[in-house]
Design a protein around this ligand. Structure first.
Ligand code: NDP
Length: 496
């Protein structure tokens, strides 16, 4: 049994270690025909997989989870080598993946199981039920920055909901993607081929997946590519869930634990070389605590070095974006608190903190996706909220305030917020994950993430006929209408 589609295109994909440039894997570039073959195979196995009970599917998913755990050393090493992140960060990513797969497996039955709903007085002779059914075949297209966390959030939940999945990893982390998907078959030797398969290649392979007749595309990546995916999927009315970029804000209120806030901002901005969709990119700190916050931030970053605390930039092209944003911030009134243009030493970028840059600069408006942070001083929390919301993105956010954290969070136009911690929403499987605006739409994770990969089927079953009361019929009697009018008046008429 193979979980991988046959390669067709001759020139292979060479995946490199971003720290050394060494080729670490040579993988096939799957053509449109090979992608179609993978989708056809997934389609063939879909009725079998959908026909299993929630409990049976959970057993497959939990064996996959255990296999990934038991091969942690190998997988962590591969993530370190192909993506560049430190071993500990790779391990943490794996730990979250295990949590998500287990949550999806164990909660699918409760979330997607049959639900009875009240039929209402006029239809009281009916039984009304809502059933969630699998969509069929789901195509998952993933980025390189969290090469197993992002697909687990889509593929894990789609599988738990009874769909088969074809996964296309980023060209930069294809070997990790293959390991992740093939582990499912290795953990479950009896599973039918195509329940979870992987196709590798460049953007064209992903584009072919969009056009291969899948029932949904779950895409995680940049806003620009998200728009292309949506346009391609529009041709066949294939639904999409889009997890796109962000420019996440971090608010430090006057009553914040400033030291804890600085520590969280430092990690949230620089971890994974800042290559985190929900990474902290903009801080808004109130004037009362500004100096204390900046001093604490400087201390938090004093010993943070690329190569140890975080890895190299995974994609060489991203280094140019980071350099451009730093230069742009400095041209727009910004000063440097930590680092500067000299901090860009490919493939590494040292931490850079830019203070009081103009809000119109690219460094504040565009996703930087590097270990940089802008900090702006504001006069009030209200000003911080309105600047935080003044972006086309709307992915996540952070608020530090001892007393007003939830109130502030509620005013932010985003899909997720951490209060008095950073990025924590992404580590809680029950919390839905996703954004608004240019950060996309739809949700992965949690109950919403399971429903995202199912279709709702409403069924009304007449339990008995009420003589003379066939409302939905040409045989409807005048007496039936007269009773109905009295009932409607009782329920909805003006109270006397
Ligand atoms: P890209 O948009 O460049 O690529 C994402 C995936 O799409 C890759 O597998 C890529 O393949 C593929 N792809 C590229 N072109 C096409 C196409 N025309 N049709 C179909 N598929 C295509 O994103 P990155 O990999 O650079 O990831 C970084 C981005 O992802 C950042 O903007 C980040 O914010 C966002 N992101 C969002 C998350 C969220 O949950 N909201 C989480 C993580 C990241 P290939 O790599 O082979 O070109």
């Amino acid at each position: 049994m193979t979980q991988t589609a046959p390669p067709v295109v001759s020139d292979p994909l060479r995946s490199v270690n971003p720290a050394t440039g060494e080729v670490i894997a040579v993988l096939p570039v799957h053509s449109a025909e090979a992608v179609q073959a993978a989708v056809d195979q997934a389609r063939e196995s879909a009725p079998w997989w959908a026909g299993l009970s929630f409990g049976e599917r959970a057993a497959y998913l939990l064996r996959w989870r255990t296999y990934l755990h038991d091969h942690a050393d190998e997988l962590v090493e591969l993530i370190h080598t192909e993506n560049g992140k430190p071993h500990e960060d790779a391990y943490l990513e794996l730990a979250l993946v295990l949590e998500h797969i287990a949550w999806a497996a164990k909660h699918a039955s409760k979330v997607l199981g049959r639900r009875r709903v009240g039929p209402g007085l006029l239809m009281s002779n009916h039984q009304a039920v809502v059933e969630q059914r699998p969509l069929g075949v789901v195509g998952v297209i993933g980025p390189w920055n969290y090469p197993i966390y992002t697909p687990a959030g889509s593929a894990g939940y789609a599988l738990a909901a009874g769909n088969t999945v074809v996964f296309k990893p980023s060209e930069h982390t294809s070997a990790i993607g293959v390991f992740f998907a093939e582990a499912f078959g290795l953990a479950n030797p009896d599973v039918r081929p195509g329940v979870l398969s992987v196709v590798t290649g460049f953007g064209e392979t992903g584009a072919a997946l969009c056009r291969a007749g899948v029932n949904k595309i779950a895409f995680t990546g940049s806003t620009a590519t998200g728009k292309k995916i949506m346009a391609a999927c529009a041709e066949t009315l294939t639904p999409v869930v889009l997890e796109l970029g962000g420019k996440d804000a971090f608010i430090v209120a006057p009553d914040a634990d400033v030291t804890a806030a600085a520590d969280a901002a430092a990690w949230g901005a620089m971890a994974n070389s800042g290559q985190t969709c929900v990474g902290v990119e903009r801080v808004y700190v109130t004037r009362d605590v500004r100096d204390k916050f900046l001093a604490a931030l400087q201390r938090s970053l004093r010993n943070v070095r690329p190569g140890t605390e975080y890895g190299p930039m995974t994609m060489p092209g991203q280094v140019d974006v980071v350099r451009r944003h730093i230069a742009d911030a400095l041209e727009h009134g910004g000063t440097t608190l930590v680092g500067g243009l000299d901090s860009v030493r490919p493939p590494y970028v040292e931490p850079v903190v830019l203070v009081d840059t103009d809000e119109t600069s690219a460094a504040v408006q565009e996703e930087t996706f590097g270990p940089t942070l802008t900090v702006r001083t504001v006069d009030s929390v209200n000003e911080a909220i309105s600047l935080a919301n003044a972006t086309r993105y709307g992915l996540a956010s952070t608020v530090f305030s001892r007393k007003h954290g939830l109130d502030i969070a509620r005013q932010l136009r985003v899909g997720m917020t951490s209060v008095n911690s950073v990025l924590s929403f992404g580590a809680i499987p029950a919390l839905p994950f996703g954004g608004v605006g240019d950060s996309g739409f739809g949700r992965i994770h949690g109950a919403e993430g399971l429903r995202e990969f199912s279709r709702t089927h409403s069924i009304a079953r007449q339990r008995f006929a009420v003589p003379g009361m066939a409302l939905l019929s040409f045989r409807r009697s005048r007496a039936a209408m007269s009773i109905t009018k009295r009932l409607v008046k009782l329920m909805h008429g003006r109270a006397r």
